[in-house]
Write a protein that binds this ligand. Sequence first.
Ligand SMILES: Cc1cc2nc3c(=O)[nH]c(=O)nc-3n(C[C@H](O)[C@H](O)[C@H](O)COP(=O)(O)O)c2cc1C
Length: 209
Amino acid sequence: MKKLCAVLLALVMVLTLAACGEENGSLQSAGDQSVASSEAEESLPSSDAAAKILVAYFSATNHTKGVAEKLAAGLGADLYEITPTEPYTSEDLDYGNSDSRSSKEMNDPSARPAISGSVKNMEQYDVVFVGYPIWWGEAPRIMSTFIESYDFSGKTLVPFCTSGSSGFGSSDKALRAAASGATWLDGHRFAAGALADDIMEWANGLGIG
Ligand SMILES: Cc1cc2nc3c(=O)[nH]c(=O)nc-3n(C[C@H](O)[C@H](O)[C@H](O)COP(=O)(O)O)c2cc1C
């Protein structure tokens, strides 16, 4: 009888230990999983850090803005509007008037209209798209203000523009010269209201991103 009790007791202990082991095993595995997933979350870059492409643009009448927004959406890039400290009025943009603000600025290669705000952590970007409207065949002077405000060395810069009818031409000449140390790609001109598909066909053909 004693022997039978001892055997039954041993059996109960074995079964209890086995049950405990299983429970501990599943807890362990759940614990492992939770550690693994929290480590993965920590190692995932934040959305800011993951954004390596910036689309920066100036737009006085929203044509370039439309292209820039489609480009940034298609690339999953950050978007930055180059905002003049003093906004351009329609009088300022009157290219028929040689005394208008835009005419005076474009007649003065040293003009540097001030920009309100700045790009935070420009150093995080590998590629910066630079968009502007053509003014008298060139990039508006505020684009020179922008390019001269940062160190782009080691980055790839990609200009694009909108215009009434002019081609891209050498509109980026002054900007290219100012972005020393950067790889400056050939630019592209879009019509106002360019389609996202056309914009992305160009962007995807650049071999970046
Ligand atoms: C001051 C000024 C000069 C311009 N010069 C030209 C030009 O030389 N060639 C051209 O095709 N369009 C010219 N345009 C038209 C703009 O390039 C065109 O409307 C552009 O899409 C405007 O872009 P935005 O709305 O982003 O400012 C000029 C516009 C302004 C205001």
